[in-house]
Design a protein around this ligand. Structure first.
Ligand code: GDP
Length: 297
């Protein structure tokens, strides 16, 4: 299923109700607004986000600065488009690189969201930008996770740093940064241990790693299939450890799109990348305007 399919159809019923009207009025936008509200809620957009969104577009629809000569339903489409772009952060939020020394990108996230895959995809992305890259396996609890990252590293042709020792993740990641400095590597992507749910020891460990390596980017990987739960996770991780953004995975699945629309508004942090599949090239920068276009169909 196309991610925004249902949302797109829901919004279309709003525009359709305006066919034949000459001007948007307080009365004739009631029904379309109800359709928009329902479509967003069904797409699993967070409730307060929906409330603010609908109130803002109603206000703009009745505002005086509408474009002359444009059909009312087209005006509403334009307003919703612009508001969706704002909702998702307006501009693209590109990776930030360190001014000197290696850029350290620390990835966090719950188990199974696609974090290890994202590590390798990011290495692939960085290589395409002409940056030398190193991956770090800091999930010390699951040897299988280290093996998985090692295999993915080989696949994209990037070295993987790991220590199969008793050392703590903060120490391993610190050693990795030293190694990267010696080898003049531009960017380091660190895979950390996930858990099935948020738990205290995970947060403590992430804080220790963050303190040890002073990352340029701390990105939380979240699964689009979890809808508004993804936005709640971004908020919690941001409060607990301080993050710079999110990576939304599995947009190729049958998610309804709520996560993509809620994360920025709920958490204050931008989505930087989206994952759309299992191949290494299936990671793209998140462009709010392109995403809004997809919502509108
Ligand atoms: P981790 O536990 O967070 O490290 O998750 P993994 O990286 O091991 O990924 C879990 C599963 O999700 C694997 O089977 C991946 O191939 C799959 N996966 C990761 N990202 C995506 C994506 O964007 N789309 C799809 N369809 N599958 C993905």
């Amino acid at each position: 299923a196309e991610m925004f399919g249902q949302l797109t159809t829901g919004l279309e019923s709003a525009w359709n109700k305006l066919r034949g009207v000459d001007v948007l009025t307080k009365e004739n936008i009631v029904e379309p607004m109800r359709d928009i509200r329902r479509a967003l809620l069904e797409a699993d957009v967070s409730v307060p986000v929906v409330r603010r969104f609908v109130s803002s577009i109603s206000e703009k629809a009745l505002g005086s600065d509408l474009i002359r000569g444009v059909r009312p339903e087209q005006q509403l489409v334009q307003i919703v488009h612009d508001e969706l772009v704002q909702l998702m952060g307006g501009e693209v939020s590109d990776l930030v690189f360190a001014k000197s020394g290696p850029t350290v990108i620390l990835l966090a996230g719950l188990q199974g969201v696609g974090k290890t895959t994202v590590c390798a995809k990011l290495a692939f992305y960085l290589k395409k930008l002409g940056k030398s890259c190193m991956l770090v396996a800091a999930d010390v609890y699951r040897p299988a996770a280290i093996d998985q990252l090692t295999i993915l590293g080989e696949q994209v042709g990037v070295p993987v740093y790991s220590e199969r020792t008793e050392a703590k993740p903060a120490q391993i990641t610190k050693n990795a940064v030293e190694e990267a400095k010696r080898k003049n590597i531009d960017a380091i992507v660190m895979d950390t241990a996930g858990r099935l749910q948020i738990d205290k020891s995970m947060m403590v460990e992430l804080k220790e790693v963050k303190k040890a390596v002073n990352p340029t980017e701390v990105l939380l990987v979240v699964d689009a299939m979890t809808g508004q739960e993804a936005a709640a996770l971004v908020t919690t991780f941001n409060i607990e450890i301080g993050i710079t953004g999110a990576i939304l995975t599995k947009l190729d699945g049958d998610s309804r799109g709520g996560a993509a629309l809620s994360v920025k508004e709920v958490s204050g942090k931008p989505i930087k990348f989206v994952g759309r599949g299992e191949r290494m090239e299936d990671l793209e920068l998140f462009y709010p305007d392109r995403m809004a276009q997809r919502v509108l169909g």
